[in-house]
Design a protein around this ligand. Structure first.
Ligand code: KG4
Ligand code: ZN
Length: 364
């Protein structure tokens, strides 16, 4: 166990955000973000309607060095003050992963620091513990552009996947719906804004897998249903757009409520003596106010405490990577410089991989 406070430089390059941060973990396990810089590449990818891996990797190369310098400067530290360097090693787009991972290893080697290869999903999973007390075990729902999964979080490095998507990620379903309606990328915020003025009962969209055993998801049928409505209507008016967005959001909300209740039952079966466990929702889609209201309702009815990290820590960032690095480091879990970047890297090593492919490649 490390005795002194741990100061970790974290690097994140797995998708379309280039990010660097410094996080401090004190001897009692309390976290503090000393700096957190994120450069979004949304503008670079918007013309293509989605993330282009080659464009992303080149942008990471251009920006990571000066962002790491800024993270150290913002924290009033120099490299020699650091305890270790942590970089996302997967899952994600392999070009970007190689940039951050190789930079992190080079930095660690040059400064004679330990290196920690972090699973991006573990970064999301452990974020609530950076913000305050969040004892194990707890239930995590990760809903982003690349991932949609329930994890039972028993400890650092100890995860059981309870459910996942068999096709599209939820953020992807929002983005594809937006694209079908001629809205820009990323689509989630625009679908949410338009849904506010729409009639959520106008279109009876599917609630995929609702009522089925388990807590897996499927969103590709929802996207197909939206496409069929758009094709059948011929011309798209503003009111039609708003009504589709509202109907889509309602279908997603009811599906998530059903899947979440089931995940909570599965959690209770696996961990019967947990009192009022935390239910943590992370990922960009957690920004959606209607879905947050749904989670609040389901959590309170099932005896869970809902934790949704602030938006800038729900979406991709390096503070979560630095924190996961700190949690691993104090347990003696650092890595050699031969650690490889992994496009696929499930958090839970026992669950079978899913067959579907999404924005970030095959589902982990
Ligand atoms: O976690 P994130 O920033 O990046 C990764 O995918 O890794 O999530 C981005 C996703 C996008 O698909 C975006 O459309 C969705 O989160 N999103 C939203 C909202 N804000 C962002 N979806 C629904 N409602 C929102 N307000
Ligand atoms: Zn993410």
């Amino acid at each position: 166990m490390a005795a002194a406070p741990t100061l970790i430089l974290g690097l994140e390059t797995s998708c379309d955000e280039t990010a660097a941060a410094v996080v401090r973990r004190d001897e009692e396990g309390r976290g503090e973000i000393l700096s957190n810089v994120v450069l979004s590449q949304v503008k670079d990818h918007a013309p293509y309607g989605g993330v282009v891996p080659e464009v992303a990797a080149r942008a990471h190369i251009r920006h990571l060095g000066h962002l790491a310098e800024k993270a150290l400067a913002d924290a009033n530290l120099t490299a020699s003050d650091l305890t270790a360097v942590a970089a996302t090693a997967g899952p994600g787009l392999v070009g970007g992963l190689l940039v951050g991972h190789t930079f992190g290893k080079g930095f660690a080697l040059a400064q004679s620091l330990p290196f920690i290869a972090v699973n991006h999903l573990e970064g999301h999973a452990l974020t609530p513990r950076l913000l305050g007390p969040c004892p194990f075990p707890y239930l995590l729902l990760l809903i982003s552009g690349g991932h949609t999964q329930f994890q039972l979080v028993r400890g650092v490095g100890d995860y059981t996947r309870l459910g996942t998507t068999i096709d599209d990620a939820l953020g992807e379903a929002f983005d594809k719906t937006a694209k079908l309606l001629g809205l820009g990328y990323p689509g989630g915020p625009q679908v949410e804004a338009l849904a506010k003025t729409g009639d959520s009962r106008r279109f009876d969209l599917p609630r995929p897998l609702k009522g089925r055993p388990g807590c897996d998801f499927s969103f590709s049928g929802l996207k197909t249903a939206v496409r069929e409505i758009v094709q059948a209507q011929g011309s798209i008016t503003d009111q039609l757009r708003a009504d589709i967005c509202a109907s889509f959001e309602l279908a997603v909300s009811e599906t998530l409520a059903d899947r979440t209740r089931r995940a909570m039952v599965m959690f209770r079966e696996a961990c019967p003596d947990t009192g009022t466990p935390a239910f943590v929702v992370a990922g960009g889609v957690a920004a959606n106010a209607r879905l947050r209201a749904t989670f609040t309702m389901v959590a309170s009815s099932q005896g869970f405490t809902l934790i949704v990290p602030p938006f800038h820590l729900c979406t991709d960032n390096a503070a979560m990577i630095a924190w996961a690095g700190a949690e691993r480091f104090v347990l003696g879990l650092s890595d050699g410089l031969d650690a490889a970047a992994r496009a696929r890297w499930p958090l839970d090593t026992v669950s079978a991989p899913m067959v579907g492919r999404g924005r970030l490649g095959a589902k982990a």
